[in-house]
Design a protein. Structure first.
Length: 252
């Protein structure tokens, strides 16, 4: 049985004071019940402080990116083992902003996925199409290419400890959300693609939706059979907004 994962990707936002307020608000409002898990992914400099604040709570910690290298002369990079050291359990890899703005290729994303897992982190692999690609009818082709790059590097079995996030680029930070049916179609496709390798494993993989998820649209999205949570940007920066999504998951 898959549980929901409600993950906040803070992106490049926050500061000591704002983070402390956000985290204490989230901890204080974690809904009762089980069947869901909450996760926050702050920027690198704040990971240790947020880890300390989360200690003993039910909220997990993740990072937003990671190097594919384990150590050495890689100025400005952060190794997977370092993320483990400061208490991260998860790391986002292949976010569309990393792909588009920082030139990460699917092959590099696959290396990051592999390195993260080798260090004991659970990678959250982001895939998703642009508006042009959707309008050209290329959504599934784009997703397949992004997914297959990782599948061929790590094998399907690696997804036993991996998460996938479907993030349509056109829905990120735009206020436009995929309809529950549009998202479900792609989630179902992703699960079927994995099932071609291993049906049992595919049935267990968490597939999150990301792209302007908020309290109002979360119940519809999370009710879909193949949507197992959310990767949330804007609405993860305010405790009440993030918790509204968490409550939607807790109530399903
Ligand atoms: P928004 O929720 O702000 O659209 O961001 C989604 C996202 O990119 C999460 O990784």
């Amino acid at each position: 049985m898959r549980e929901f994962l409600i993950a906040g990707n803070w992106k490049m936002n926050g500061g000591n004071e704002a983070n402390a307020e956000l985290v204490s608000g989230i901890i204080a409002g974690v809904p009762d019940g089980d069947g869901f898990r909450l996760l926050v992914c702050p920027p690198f400099p704040y990971l240790a402080a947020v880890a300390a604040q989360l200690a003993g709570s039910k909220v997990a910690l993740g990072a937003q990116s990671v190097s594919e290298h384990s150590a050495g002369a890689f100025t400005g990079e952060t190794a997977p083992s370092m993320l483990r050291d400061v208490g991260c359990e998860y790391v986002i890899v292949g976010h569309s902003e990393r792909r588009a703005l920082f030139g990460e290729s699917s092959e590099q994303v696959a290396e990051k996925f592999k390195a993260a897992q080798a260090a004991g982190l659970t990678p959250i692999l982001c895939v998703g199409e642009t508006l042009e690609e959707r309008e050209a009818g290329a959504t599934e082709k784009v997703i397949d290419e992004q997914l297959d790059a990782v599948l061929s590097a790590v094998g399907a079995a690696a997804f036993a400890t991996g998460v996938i996030a479907y993030e349509p680029v056109w829905a990120i930070g735009t206020g436009m959300t995929a309809s529950p049916e549009q998202a479900q179609d792609v989630h179902c496709h992703i699960r079927e693609r994995l099932a071609q390798h291993d049906a049992e494993l595919a049935a267990d993989v968490q597939i999150l939706y990301g792209g302007s998820m908020k309290g109002e649209n979360a119940p519809g999205l999370l009710s879909m059979p193949d949507i197992d949570g959310g990767l949330i940007g804007g609405a993860s920066l305010k405790a009440s907004d993030f918790l509204a999504i968490a409550r939607a998951a807790a109530e399903i």
